[in-house]
Structures are given as C-alpha cells and as structure tokens.
Design a protein around this ligand. Structure first.
Ligand SMILES: Cc1cc2nc3c(=O)[nH]c(=O)nc-3n(C[C@H](O)[C@H](O)[C@H](O)COP(=O)(O)O)c2cc1C
Length: 178
C-alpha cells in the first residue's frame, strides 16, 4: 500500500485514539494509548508527549515503533510501522511540528515533546469476520453497537477509497453515544 494514502489519512483524521508500541533498550515491549496525534505529512504522524515518559525513553534508545488504531465500531483500522524522532521544546522545529498538537491540547495539556513517527510500512487491520464471514461494514457496526450498548447519533461515511477533507474528526458524530 502507498504510504499514508488518502484512505489512511482520512482514517487517522477520524480516529479517536491510537496505540503506540515501543521497545526498550533491553527488548522489553511497551504499548500505551495516545489521543493527541495528527498526520504531519505523507510519511509522518506526530504524537504529543504529555505523559509518555516511558515511550519517549524507549524511543530515544530504540526508535523502532508501531502505531495502530481501529474504528471500534467499523472494526477496522491500520498499523503504521516506522521509526520515531523525539522533537523537544528546545529543537528549532518544535514550534512548527507541534503546532497542530498544541492546537488540540489548548491549555488543558502541556506538550513536552513531539514524537514524530516516520512511517515506513502501512498495513490494514480488519476484524476477521470481514473475510471469514463476508460481513458488511453495516453488519459489523450493528454488532458493535450491541456489544458496547450504544446507539449512534448519526452514521458517517466509512473509509472511502479517497479521503474526504470535508468530513473531519470533530465534525463527525458517528462515534455513537451511550
Ligand atoms: C484515552 C487516553 C488517551 C491518552 N492520550 C495521551 C496522549 O495523547 N499523549 C500522552 O502523552 N499520553 C496520553 N495518555 C496517557 C498515557 O497513555 C499514559 O500516561 C501511559 O501510561 C504512558 O505510558 P508510556 O510512558 O509507557 O508511554 C492517554 C491515556 C489515555 C487513557
């Protein structure tokens, strides 16, 4: 798959949360959730370090990482595998690279560092039922709404073949509500 094509970028824009997996210098794996993250360019995603000392420590010694995310209702998402650079507040490009993250964080969170992930490989993540049971996205969503005991306020578009910049996270209320 082309790195971070429109579909992947669209999915990231809609994603509520990602999981960042890192490895320590001693080979101990670590994974933790991050909600302050954005596409930076066609090959880079940026994640705000507001409380992720462990991930940052790991990445300073071993830059290999994987960012994964799924739409829990559509039961699909992507894995982004690559390497990360820690951009600190004293670095020249901090202002530029952190701008979209600081915009989301507002004054609720202090962005200590930016975890800038250069994506080298993208792979889709799909619930097995799509292939094994030929389930449709609508069926998967109906199942998930039951599982989570939620009713959608509205159901937006799925992941299209090409991104739709008109529908971004924050304007889309398809995530369901209790
Ligand atoms: C829903 C959720 C979203 C979070 N988003 C972020 C985030 O965007 N950035 C961050 O630094 N920590 C975030 N955290 C907190 C870290 O995941 C948490 O502090 C974790 O223990 C950090 O582990 P690490 O230091 O091994 O990365 C979030 C936690 C939760 C539960």
């Amino acid at each position: 798959m082309t790195l971070m094509d429109d579909t992947v970028r669209y999915a990231i824009d809609r994603a509520v949360l990602c999981w960042l997996a890192t490895v320590s210098e001693h080979g101990i794996p670590n994974v933790s959730p991050k909600e302050l993250w954005r596409v930076h360019d066609h090959a880079t995603v940026v994640i705000a370090d507001i409380a992720s000392g462990g991930s940052v420590r790991n990445l300073r010694t071993n830059p290999a990482c994987c960012v994964s995310f799924v739409d829990v209702f559509r039961q699909k998402g992507f894995k982004l595998v690559g390497t990360a650079l820690i951009v600190g507040r004293k670095d020249d490009d901090f202002e530029h690279v952190s701008a979209p993250l600081r915009a989301i964080a507002g004054n609720r969170f202090f962005v200590r560092n930016v975890i800038a992930v250069t994506v080298r490989h993208v792979a889709p993540i799909l619930a097995p039922s799509y292939a094994l049971h030929k389930a449709s996205e609508a069926e998967m969503m109906a199942d998930a709404f039951k599982t989570y005991s939620v009713k959608p306020i509205a159901v937006g578009a799925g992941f299209p073949l090409h991104g739709n910049d008109g529908e971004r996270r924050g304007n889309d209320d398809s995530q369901g509500s209790v």
